[in-house]
Design a protein around this ligand. Sequence first.
Ligand SMILES: Cc1ncc(COP(=O)(O)O)c(C=O)c1O
Length: 470
Amino acid sequence: MTIWVPEFGASAPDAKAIPRYRQIAESIGKAIEAGELSPGDRLPPQRQLADRLNVTVGTVTRAYNEAHHLGWVQSRVGSGTYVRDQDSSTASAFGMQPRECSDGVIDMSLSFAPPHPWRQQCLGEVLASIASDPATVAEVGEYQADIGTPHHRQALAAWLNNLSFPVFGSLIVTQGGQHGIDLCLRILTRPGDLVAADALTYPGFNSAARHAHLKTLGIPLDEYGMDIAALERLCQRQVPSLVYVTPDQNNPTGAQLTEERRIQLAELARRHDFWIIEDSVQYVPSADRGTSMADLAPERTLHIFSTSKLLSGGLRVGTLQVPDVLRERLGSALRAQSWMVPPLMVEAACRWIASPRAQQLHDWQVEELQFRQKLAQQRLAAYHPRGLARGSNLWLPLPEGRRASEVHALLDQAGVRVATPEPFCTGSEAAPQALRLCVGSPDSRDALERALNIILEVLEHEGTSPWSTL
Ligand SMILES: Cc1ncc(COP(=O)(O)O)c(C=O)c1O
């Protein structure tokens, strides 16, 4: 049998600029596209390919990892690396694009955890460990308590504690942060109620509020987070049922609420008797966080967290911690929706967070985001971008005269996807001329660097006027 050997090397015009492992990975993609490699084909063993190409085994391992990231191949333990069935990728069917598509587009528009092969490896390992444990298989195959089994809730509470989040009241297992938001709105509001949030906030909150037929009001925010004095003025006219905050890292601007404002918010909530939803899904390491609203006002704070930004977005497992008085209402809401969160997914998440890899992945991610933030902030310094030192989002105000829609379109044409501010606007707030870049989302540091170069080029060159109407 002849083995497939990639063609790459000096013939490509910019071959020298592209690291070897990427060239090998790209040639795998090209061979699949050209039909030279078909689903199920086995790639050459790493050592054999390294010898044939005169590169190190490490280079081939990196290349295969890269091809794995891009969804082209999968590895089978003890058996080798195989070409994946490309149709099995459903991401594009749901409007989600791979982060760096085969056409070279670099996607910084969606908030993903930075890619690392450990994510797929951990998920594979925990699923295999469940499969080989008949007692657990029997348990997760049965109906369980609405808010989660006691041992799952304990494991998730221990994880929160490990990450230095407050552990208080009742912990409800959710299908991720978005589900937590939706549950809060279901039990705390009635159609027509007023709810308040930062003028720019996570679009999933605004969407859930719209579905619940709520009136949303955006409270102005600056680099220190929500303007609590403006919220106070609102309370004098009409008290919202709840205020949704992301105090440690606003999505999209990266703003962090100051300690003083947190204390003012807790006092205001007590004075006017409204609930606080504290969303910590956009993970910030404990050393970079302020005091949790759940510590300042535990009797009226609902705290949301999720495995999405630390482990994997596909697990759909999160936590909602609430004052005990809300526990029954939440159990009832959960039963009405789906009875419970699938225990199989919760079991997978709990095994994952208990493994040493979880801590290693966490530490790697924190460092990786720090590197990427620094790189992006340095490269775009002339435009005064904002973002936490180890945060996932970078907020890029556009220079005088440039409009977000125009720059977004130019970047799209140049192969870089970023988010415009419109989806983040609460209520009828006007959108600023700025863009959100998710620095963690590109597949690699190289890809991030390429995207930053393109962004700089687009910003430095005056585009033609988008004026085309009378
Ligand atoms: C602030 C915030 N809350 C909640 C979510 C949704 O989290 P999950 O994917 O766990 O549903 C996101 C997702 O990006 C987010 O940015």
